[in-house]
Design a protein around this ligand. Structure first.
Ligand SMILES: [Mn+2]
Length: 251
């Protein structure tokens, strides 16, 4: 294990308010003058929630301030990037949250899926609206990160393949047979992508996608040696609060 605590942040999906609250909590959980935490973001920064542009802007600043921080590519970032070179794919993208991302960049996509000229115009407007710093950030995302006994991937891994032979597609998209397979792998897999109302933790995997855009709960896991601790930011009653009790989970 790295000599620092690792904080792995689950699927943000445009919830910039929750990201702010979670980062504040992580900062409070890290003693001043102590080891700086290593932040690993698990992907799906954009889509569904209201402020994808704000989330990407914040992450580009974290990348500038903390060169050691790591940023994984989710399937939603993959699809967003594909739209930039293939406007047809915008139809599929907007059916799972891309519309909110385009709106956050000030671009209104057509309502009619057959309006190909409208989609072409929306693609051009979207290309023009995305700052170069955001594009550079998105193109630089990674598919996997390994720290000590943990492997971090957006979605998971294909359990019958060696961990060093995983495909980018599986790392970004897989659900089954990863989620339910019963065998312990060479490393514990830390992932997002498949939302659950509570974070998941066993000897095979740690899942931290808690459906932030729908539940108002954004989750990170703190990994410090053998210990695992979940940290959450919660949205309640129109304001931002932070969970004041941490669930202690045995490793
Ligand atoms: Mn995903």
């Amino acid at each position: 294990m790295d000599d620092r605590a690792v904080f792995a942040v689950g699927d943000i999906h445009g919830c910039n308010d929750l990201l702010t609250a979670l980062l504040d909590t992580i900062a409070e959980a890290s003693p001043p003058g102590g080891r700086r935490p290593l932040l690993i973001f698990l992907g799906d920064y954009v889509d569904r929630g209201p402020d994808s542009k704000g989330v990407i802007e914040r992450l580009t600043r974290i990348r500038a301030d903390q060169p050691e921080a790591r940023f994984l590519c989710g399937n939603h970032e993959e699809t967003m990037l594909r739209f930039l070179s293939d406007f047809d794919s915008g139809l599929a993208w907007t059916s799972y949250g891309g519309r909110e991302t385009m709106l956050s960049y000030g671009v209104t996509p057509p309502r009619d899926k057959d309006d190909l000229e409208g989609w072409r115009r929306a693609q051009q407007a979207f290309k023009a609206a995305i700052p170069d710093t955001h594009l550079k950030f998105l193109w630089g995302l990674e598919d996997r990160v390994e720290v000590g006994d943990y492997l971090f991937a957006h979605a998971g891994v294909r359990p019958d393949r060696p961990l060093n032979a995983q495909t980018a597609h599986d790392l970004r998209w897989i659900r089954e047979p990863f989620l339910s397979h019963g065998r312990r792998l060479a490393k514990v897999i830390v992932h997002g992508h498949t939302p659950e109302t509570e974070p998941f933790s066993d000897e095979r995997r740690i899942g931290v996608d808690t459906w932030a855009y729908r539940t108002g709960v954004l989750t990170a896991v703190e990994l410090d040696g053998e210990s695992r601790r979940f940290i959450q930011a919660r949205r309640g009653g129109g304001s931002i609060g932070v969970a004041d009790t941490f669930a202690e989970i045995d490793a």
